[in-house]
Design a protein around this ligand. Sequence first.
Ligand code: NAD
Length: 485
Amino acid sequence: MSALDMLAPEQRGLFIGGSWREAEGGDEFAVYDPADGSVLTRVADGSVGDAVEALDAAVAAQHDWARTPPRQRAEILRSAFELISARADDFAALMSLEMGKTVAEAKGEVSYGNEFFRWFSEEAVRIHGRWMNNPMGGSRLLTLKKPVGPCFFVTPWNFPLAMGTRKIGPAIAAGCTMVVKPAHQTPLTMLALAAVLAEAGLPAGVLNVVPSTRAKEMSQALQADDRLRKVSFTGSTAVGRTLVKQSADQLQRVSMELGGNAPFLVFEDADVDAAVEGAMIAKMRNMGEACTAANRFLVHETVAEEFGAKLADKMAALRVGRGQDDGVDVGPLIDEKAVESVGQLVTDAVHDGAKVLTGGGAPESTGYFYTPTVLLGVHPDSTINAEEIFGPVAPITTFTTEEEAVDRANATEYGLASYVYTRDLDRTIRLAESLEYGMVGVNTGLLSNPAAPFGGVKASGFGREGGFEGIEEYLETTYVAIPTS
Ligand code: NAD
């Protein structure tokens, strides 16, 4: 049985108003296997008209969904959580196939992503307002929380399941309806997710999924529509800026989870072995194709050689190959452009004086692979320190003082994830306060947690996914003044 069998032929279509259907004019696009570039299957290519129909369905469902008891919304999410848990292996196999990550990594994502459904099933019943007396007397002030209304979600290819559940979970919990456009590279996981939510009892029209290669035209049309009340996007900062601009005319609410350029700071008092372990996670999770991926290793000059050598040993031991094969640690990158862009950053860093400790190129193969690479002595001004690598490359630069490390860590337009390795408590607190990042990992390479508010500052965007804050993104606060009689 193939992993693709998880989706019946009609489920490779659009999911609108609770039904599966073809795209307008029967248009389709191909989904490719990044391990060899072959066509896996074809999926309906939604038109702008299809997207507007999906919004029609979301708008039609909004009134009743907002009035559905929170417990009922919670139980649908909880059922979906149970169904996904039971089919975790199938989801992982499908995701590995379309995205390239190893099956083990895909299982990790299913588990992590699914936790957002469990978390928000628990949050759905805790939406509440406030009742207070006017401090001046004469009235009471009743604060209400209401669903924002129909939403538009755009998700990236790197975490096809989790980037969806982080938006869909809280929206369902809050009583919002939605149109989702998954990345065209990885639409299959989102379609399988839609099938599971329907099976879990989600009413028709609450969730609509429109795979499409016409992202730009679709977002323009939907954002011009005054019925759309909210946009949540995960992807590049460039596209995020466009969507924020497009939100201006209808003054839609926006949440933006954008790019990162995470510093990974290793101080002279750090446990270097633990730092190497953490670096492997922070760098190599998802082949480095993560917005939280450690992008710049800033290592104190006294431990840089040791850290670099130990990291290089571990990176060199990783097996690169097809994500579905046993014993493979690192799958292919998403496409040829990704391999070229990673290769160019490495070439430029070497040109600027970096030494290659391991890797440094793409292996001979038909797929989009890049060998895990460690670079020592990278010039601070090398392009690789300014841009998101989105690949398995660890560039190391050295620093002398804590002040210098913090200044360099903050010298980027981004502010999503950061990591510090130190055993000094005072320093930890100073760093947590001075690093301009939405998230700081202290002696850990793993930050993502559904119970925590994930998100960035500066050009990494705004809005939080997960934690108690996650549901607020989908709620409006209103108030009622009630005179004291
Ligand atoms: P991308 O911005 O090119 O694409 C993301 C999504 O946006 C895709 O679905 C794409 O089809 C869609 N899109 C592109 N142009 C659009 C437009 N004009 N209107 C509407 N939708 C449009 O990014 P990508 O290459 O797919 O993903 C990688 C980027 O995402 C990286 O920068 C990474 O850091 C970021 N990312 C951020 C987070 C986070 O939570 N902050 C998580 C994962 C990825």
